[in-house]
Design a protein around this ligand. Structure first.
Ligand code: SF4
Length: 215
């Protein structure tokens, strides 16, 4: 990467940090288990909706041992409003059984073990690693993928390559924070259908904006 491009990326990261300092997960959780379950529930659902369901769920069923006392139907009824409740219920209960059988009821803290759990893809695993275990990781969801590629922090067709490119282009100690900054920007300004480029503090640095202005 040439010096000018490195400077552009550094400037973007600086402005994101300035504007979204302290940005963190919008899911409510108290420990790795709760974050794991909340993140499984958040697939194709909003964090706000998940946060409506999880406080009561975790109060009653705080760990895998308690959760597996539920049948798929019973858990499905509790998490119904999060969508895809049958699949999520099955995956959560199966995940709980594996946590008990293979990890002493604890959530494993490595990518390989996490991604073997049902309902846990690479994105969910990275969310858990960075937020619950403080590891440097970039979880690439739809917001991170879209915003990174518009800004030119990555140039990739799929989330996996976006993740790899972000890991190359962003200093490691900023990976986890940058994940949150990009999500915040995607939710508030750089929305999927209608990015608010006119009011975006990154417009002078953005490849998408510049391409559209020159089109
Ligand atoms: S200028 Fe537009 S496309 Fe670029 S980051 Fe801002 S809102 Fe998104």
């Amino acid at each position: 990467m040439n010096k000018a491009e490195q400077n552009r990326i550094n400037e973007i990261l600086g402005l994101l940090e300035e504007n979204y300092k302290g940005a963190g997960s919008e899911l409510k959780y108290k420990n790795p288990f709760e974050l794991l379950i909340a993140t499984i529930l958040a697939a194709q659902c909003t964090d706000r909706q998940v946060n409506k369901v999880t406080p009561d769920l975790f109060a009653e069923y705080p760990g895998p041992e308690e959760m597996i006392t539920l049948t798929e139907e019973e858990l499905g009824a509790i998490i119904h409003s999060c969508g895809f409740y049958k699949t999520k219920s099955r995956n959560i209960l199966q995940t709980c059984r594996i946590l008990l059988a293979e990890y002493g009821g604890q959530v494993p803290d490595d990518l390989e073990s996490l991604t073997k759990l049902p309902g846990v893809g690479r994105k969910t695993a990275n969310v858990v690693l960075s937020n619950a275990f403080g590891r440097d990781a970039i979880a690439v969801d739809t917001h991170v993928h879209r915003v990174s590629n518009r800004l030119g922090l990555a140039d990739a067709k799929d989330v996996l390559n976006t993740e790899f490119q972000l890991m190359e282009n962003i200093p490691k100690h900023k990976w986890s924070a940058a994940h949150h900054w990009l999500i915040f920007h995607g939710r508030r300004v750089c929305k999927a259908r209608k990015p608010d480029c006119e009011n975006c503090f990154l417009q002078h640095l953005c490849k998408y904006r510049n391409k559209n202005l020159n089109a």
